[in-house]
Design a protein around this ligand. Structure first.
Ligand code: IPD
Ligand code: CA
Ligand code: CA
Length: 268
């Protein structure tokens, strides 16, 4: 499929939201059931619900858009650069939370062209919140338009972050940056779902977010939503983001430089 037109992109956003909703309903069947989990690696969990959600999303997207490949965390798990259109799917972002009965988890479905986000949908069923968005068009939270905050100072900002499952070395473990930003910002939150963190920048709850070592399926969907809501999305140095390297700073734009500087200072 060539680059979709405006009306095609709107239809693909609606499709992503519809399929995310279906998968979110599936996840709720396991919520607070203390599902058993396998360890893919240290602190990197997977449950039958991750796999069943991805099977549902993969089948629905393949049937609706057979020309667009579907890259999912559990079934393909192949995080490399791609030309053309591709769906990036995290069938359960926040698996550790889900396993422990914590409500911050979601389904994230994003469409990218040459690895640049176009449209996305994120559904967090235990929170009762769903976001969707299209770059250059807009974003919504539970069907209402949403936008990034207007906070201008890092000292007034509520900032989110996360930590990679493998925390074996600095600065990739993100520990020093956490301490440095915690000293400057109003507060730093760590809720355990990168996709929800980005969406909460999009809807103005958080003023900014940064994290290291993410995967494209964690961030493509929510980056489309954040960009649609007016966010700035960059690499840690403020340059163009690489969603496969996965070191990102996302903000309302106004506190971006201050956050980039704080994270860089901690890495020196
Ligand atoms: C994880 C979450 C978490 C982030 C981790 C990710 P998963 O994804 O997004 O917030 O800190 O780096 O791996 O494994 O729950 O899909
Ligand atoms: Ca994830
Ligand atoms: Ca996942």
């Amino acid at each position: 499929m060539s680059t979709p037109s405006g009306s095609e992109r709107a239809a693909l956003r609606a499709l992503a939201a519809e399929v995310a909703r279906e998968a979110a309903v599936l996840l709720m069947a396991g919520y607070r059931s203390r599902p058993s989990a396998d360890e893919k690696g240290p602190r990197d969990l997977v449950t039958e619900f991750d796999r069943r959600s991805e099977a549902l999303v993969g089948a629905r997207l393949a049937a609706a858009t057979p020309a667009i490949p579907v890259i999912g965390e559990e079934l393909s798990g192949d995080d490399r650069h791609r030309r053309g259109l591709a769906w990036y799917v995290d069938p359960l972002d926040g698996t550790t939370n889900f396993v422990h009965g914590h409500p911050f988890f979601c389904v994230a479905i994003g469409l990218a062209a040459d690895d640049v986000p176009l449209v996305g949908a994120v559904d967090a069923p235990a929170l009762g919140v769903a976001w969707s968005g299209e770059v250059g068009v807009g974003a919504s939270r539970n069907g209402e338009p949403c936008r990034v905050s207007a906070t201008a100072e890092l000292g007034d900002a509520l900032v989110a972050t996360g930590f990679p499952p493998v925390r074996d070395r600095a600065p990739a473990d993100n520990f020093a940056a956490f301490v440095r930003v915690k000293r400057s910002a109003r507060a730093v939150r760590r809720c355990g779902s990168a996709a929800i963190d980005l969406c909460m920048v999009a809807d103005g709850t958080y003023d900014a977010y940064w994290e290291r070592r993410l995967h494209a399926w964690d961030t493509i969907a929510a980056s489309a939503i954040a960009l649609g809501a007016g966010a700035r999305v960059t690499a840690l140095d403020g340059g163009p983001p690489d969603y496969h390297v996965g070191h990102l700073v996302v903000s309302n734009g106004r506190v971006h430089e201050a956050l980039v500087a704080a994270v860089a200072e901690a890495a020196r």
